[in-house]
Design a protein around this ligand. Structure first.
Ligand SMILES: *[C@@H]1O[C@H](CO)[C@@H](O)[C@H](O)[C@H]1NC(C)=O
Length: 499
């Protein structure tokens, strides 16, 4: 045998043994599906609601449950990473010498459950019936307890069968995602060395439908503020004084009306600074994405699409910033009538931002606009609200995206590249503090009633997701050199190369 055939044979053997570890892990996870289901039922039964102080103990209980689970799965150095409030859970397995290190992100906190009366089953008594292919029902089963358990079960399946993983892994499971990750930046900074990795993967994400997969390249950022209009010191008699002083509700309505041009664009000086123009590839992504606009509008109860002129519905959600009034109040709102000219009116406003808007600059532009656009005889007060996320846009051609593409193709049509209209602060924070891009690899669906009553998770997505994670870890070892270029990419050339 010549040297070439020896090399060929040995690399074939390595490939074969790798493939068999994937098969063994997959087989293990199929055979142990009862225990795997039981894990989700147990974790989702813990009401770890991060926004309500009375659930602080449940946050602790969920983090302790995870610590035990990660240890049982065979992970090492399992521990809590405390913050000022809800802690994160950390675990690692770093014995894959020479292979890349993958940081896996997820969150174990959940949203509140109200209104409780709209739930068909109690939110913290999740159920599954595999015979009927029933959905898991319960708060957090999709977002993100089901999501974060998939990679844990994938790792467990490898460690219980071949005693090793194809890559090094680190888990970072957060307890504050649903309240906007207020302490995550600090945590990442403090544990920079511990969390150092070549690639990040987020288990908090979804697919487009049971048939169609997607890879989200971008997320919108966010800021929020409150504007209070005051015209007189106290509510006045509308007969005695009405018509002779400014009405703050009228004034606030006028201010709000002036925030948009008739074509739907935002009329605040400096608001669009940095906004990236649509590229041919963005337009192609939006056009290719499986989306039935009419059906969706109908399902929302909307009379039709509405927004900024010159953009399609998906472009409006993916590529354009927004400014929306989320609530408005003032004066008398009880039953009957009270004859007053009110003294004050208030509106809460939130903005979604796109690359490369700077949230701090946008907030300053809004503050300046508020200061210089008070209606006549009106004092406007601007207050910043604690809702803040950096917009995020990753390059398309990364090791993780290539590996995810390969795996998703085996289970779904696609993947379609798209952008999320929403915000997940963690992704931009990992880029900022750890210098790595994060690929979302989750299996929730938009029909899972996330943040709403009757949250659910389809059994088929729960199972496919776990198998996909097993394959993804393998593909990462094949494709990942461990030396992925982490320099800030020039997006214009990245996008052009793809055309
Ligand atoms: C919408 O109107 C604004 C203000 O008149 C203008 O600056 C902007 O270019 C318009 N946008 C489109 C898409 O026509």
């Amino acid at each position: 045998m010549g040297i070439h055939s020896v090399l060929l044979l040995s690399s074939t053997l390595i490939a074969l043994s790798r493939a068999s570890t994937v098969d063994d892990a997959t087989k293990y996870s199929k055979e142990n599906v009862k225990d795997i289901d039981a894990d989700l039922l147990k974790l989702a039964a813990i009401p770890s609601i991060s926004s309500l102080p009375e659930h602080a103990r449940d946050i602790v209980a969920a983090s302790e449950w995870l610590i035990e689970k990660l240890k049982a799965a065979g992970l090492e150095n399992v521990k809590l990473l405390p913050t000022k409030a809800q802690p994160s859970v950390y675990a690692e397995w770093l014995r894959a010498t020479g292979a890349p290190t993958v940081l896996i992100y997820g969150h174990y906190d959940v949203q509140p459950v109200d209104p409780l009366e709209l739930w068909d089953t109690p939110p913290f008594e999740p159920k599954v019936d595999r015979k009927d292919k029933m959905l898991f029902n319960g708060r957090g089963v999709s977002d993100d307890k089901g999501g974060l358990l998939q990679p844990i079960h994938a790792v467990e399946a490898y460690l219980k069968t071949s005693k090793q993983l194809p890559v090094n892994v680190k888990f970072l499971l957060e307890g504050q995602e649903e309240i906007g990750s207020p302490n995550l930046a600090e945590l990442l900074q403090e544990h920079k060395d511990l969390l150092r990795a070549d690639i990040a993967l987020s288990a908090d994400g979804g697919q487009i439908s049971p048939k169609h997969s997607g890879i989200a390249l971008g997320l919108r950022g966010a800021v929020a503020f409150e504007v209070e209009a005051q015209t007189v010191d106290v509510d006045l008699h509308s007969g005695m004084k009405g018509g002779s002083v400014q009405n703050p509700i009228h004034a606030l309505a006028q201010f709000i009306d002036n925030l948009h041009a008739p074509n739907g664009s935002v009329k605040v000086e400096g608001f669009y600074r940095g906004v990236q123009e649509r590229t041919a590839e963005d337009i192609a992504d939006a056009a290719a994405y499986p989306f039935d606009e009419e059906a969706e509008m109908k399902s929302l109860g909307a009379l039709g699409p509405h927004g900024e002129d010159g953009y399609t519905t998906l472009e409006r959600r993916w590529l354009r910033p927004t400014l929306e009034v989320v609530g408005i109040w003032g004066g008398f709102t009880g039953t009957g009538i009270k004859t007053i000219v009110p003294s004050k009116a208030t509106a809460k406003i939130s903005c979604r931002l796109v690359p490369d808007q700077d949230p701090v600059e946008v907030l300053e532009a809004l503050r300046a606009h508020t200061k210089s656009h008070a209606p006549p005889q009106t004092r406007l007060t601007f207050r910043k609200l604690p809702f803040h996320a950096q917009p995020y846009l990753m390059p398309r051609d990364t090791v993780a995206n290539r590996a995810a593409t390969k795996v998703l193709k085996e289970h779904f049509e696609g993947p379609f590249f798209y952008r999320e209209g929403g915000s997940i602060p963690a992704l931009a924070l990992m880029k900022e503090h750890l210098g790595i891009w994060c690929t979302s690899f989750g299996f929730g669906l938009s029909t899972d009633n996330l943040h709403s009553p009757n949250e659910r998770y389809m059994v088929s997505m729960w199972d496919k997701g776990r198998e996909a994670w097993i394959k993804l870890l393998h593909e990462m070892s094949v494709l990942g050199s461990g030396q992925e270029e982490q320099a800030e990419p020039d997006m214009s050339t990245v996008l052009k190369d793809e055309l």
